[in-house]
Design a protein around this ligand. Structure first.
Ligand SMILES: [Zn+2]
Length: 137
């Protein structure tokens, strides 16, 4: 637990491990907690360790679908994988925030396997931690 005070109202904030953004319960301001470089490294390793098994499942399912020439289905798994990779570097409330970053990467990946990529927004869907969780379940 990281204890800091809100730069806006001075109220006491408690950051829980694994989050660098907290909303001040007193004034509602969003506060970015600054971590020391070693805390950042520890945090990154923890995040990676939690994501590794999921990324492995996504990769296996991608390969299965691709092997069976189900390119669109394969891309769903590659997409989830890419969202998780990007979430390692950027702190987001949910994966959907990474869409502008992931979409160009997905277009390239789709091109490589000779498929067209339809972004979640154009499919009427959203990629979230919950939707990725459902894919690896
Ligand atoms: Zn405050």
């Amino acid at each position: 637990v990281i204890a800091v005070s809100c730069p806006s109202c001075g109220g006491g904030l408690q950051g829980t491990q694994g989050r660098t953004l907290v909303v001040c319960p007193f004034c509602g301001v969003e506060v970015k907690l600054s971590l020391t470089p070693i805390e950042t490294m520890q945090r990154m390793l923890e995040k990676r360790a939690a994501l590794d098994p999921k990324m492995k499942v996504l990769m296996e399912r991608y390969a299965e679908h691709l092997g069976a020439s189900r390119k669109q289905e394969a891309l769903v798994y590659y997409e989830a994988f890419t969202y998780l990779v990007c979430s390692l570097s950027y702190d987001v409330e949910d994966l959907v925030e990474l869409e502008p970053m992931v979409t160009p990467l997905m277009r390239d990946a789709a091109r490589q396997i000779g498929a067209a990529y339809i972004a979640p927004v154009d499919r009427g869907e959203r990629v979230t931690f919950a939707s990725v969780e459902a894919l690896v379940a």
